[in-house]
Design a protein around this ligand. Structure first.
Ligand SMILES: O=C1C[C@@](O)(C(=O)O)C[C@@H](O)[C@@H]1O
Length: 252
């Protein structure tokens, strides 16, 4: 498996990297939230733009992203607009979704763009090409907030992401029982062996917590931890997450 270089990080190599989501609804709150990251072990930050008010207004990203970039310094930034269909806070028309991602990629302020696998096929192609031209890495994503698909379906989605040109392939599922977590982990180990791009996976909620901490064994290169507010069920405090990752790493 290849690693993906992002600033001073190599995603897909070594211990899973910790990403902290930023989920404030207003500019000032977002900037304060970003400043607070300096006291957390954040390898990366994810701006969840679907939490932000008035996000579709023309020029909105340019009011926010340069300042966010400045506050984060050299911490890599992921831009994500998570649609309601996949567990996000706002819905977007296909055109709105594409325009936001384009503006983010062209801003020169982000390092990675999250692109939902089930977006319009034409948008996926154009956004992937635009990201490559502008030195932005892509994380293709798929989320099942109510269930866990079969291992075959999870693998087929991850392979499709790679085929479409994803730099990183990500899947989140909701386990209904411990066996569902095993399905997610089996798909993760298999994908790590078969795919050339790094993979990020998680089973959400308390039942899935093991999947957020043992990526080093099972093959997930990134894990989301909180600095106060979670962006999905089952995320734990980033400092506690770092302790567990270190314990597991030091005893391998
Ligand atoms: O895709 C993901 C993963 C996630 O849903 C989680 O379960 O940690 C959290 C989201 O913010 C992120 O975009």
């Amino acid at each position: 498996m290849n690693f993906v270089p992002v600033r001073n990080l190599r995603l897909g190599e070594g211990t899973p990297k910790i990403c902290i989501p930023l989920v404030s609804p207003s500019d000032e709150a977002l900037f304060e939230e970003a400043k607070a990251l300096s006291s957390y072990p954040a390898d990366l930050a994810e701006w969840r733009a679907d939490y932000m008010e008035d996000i579709f207004r023309e020029g909105r990203l340019h009011e926010i992203l340069p300042r966010l970039r400045e506050i984060l310094g050299n911490t890599p930034l992921i831009f994500t607009f998570r649609t309601t269909r996949e567990g996000g806070q706002q819905s977007a028309s296909p055109d709105q979704y594409k325009k936001l991602a384009e503006d983010a990629i062209l801003s020169g302020c982000i390092d990675l763009a999250d692109i939902e696998l089930f977006s319009q096929p034409d948008s996926i192609k154009e956004l992937t090409a635009l990201a490559k031209e502008n030195g932005v890495k892509t994380i293709f994503s798929s989320h099942d907030f109510y269930s866990t698909p079969s291992c075959g379906e999870l693998l087929s989605r991850l392979r499709q992401m790679e085929k479409l040109g994803a730099d990183i392939a990500k899947i989140a599922v909701m386990p209904r029982c411990p066996e569902d977590v095993l399905i997610l982990l089996t798909a993760t180990v298999t994908a790590r062996r078969q795919l050339s791009c790094p993979v990020v996976t998680m089973a959400m909620a308390g039942t899935g917590l093991i999947s957020r901490v043992w990526g080093e064994i099972f093959g997930s290169c990134l894990t989301f931890g909180t600095a106060g507010r979670a962006s999905a069920p089952g995320q734990i405090d980033a400092r506690e997450l770092k302790c567990v990752l270190d314990i597991l790493h030091n005893n391998l």
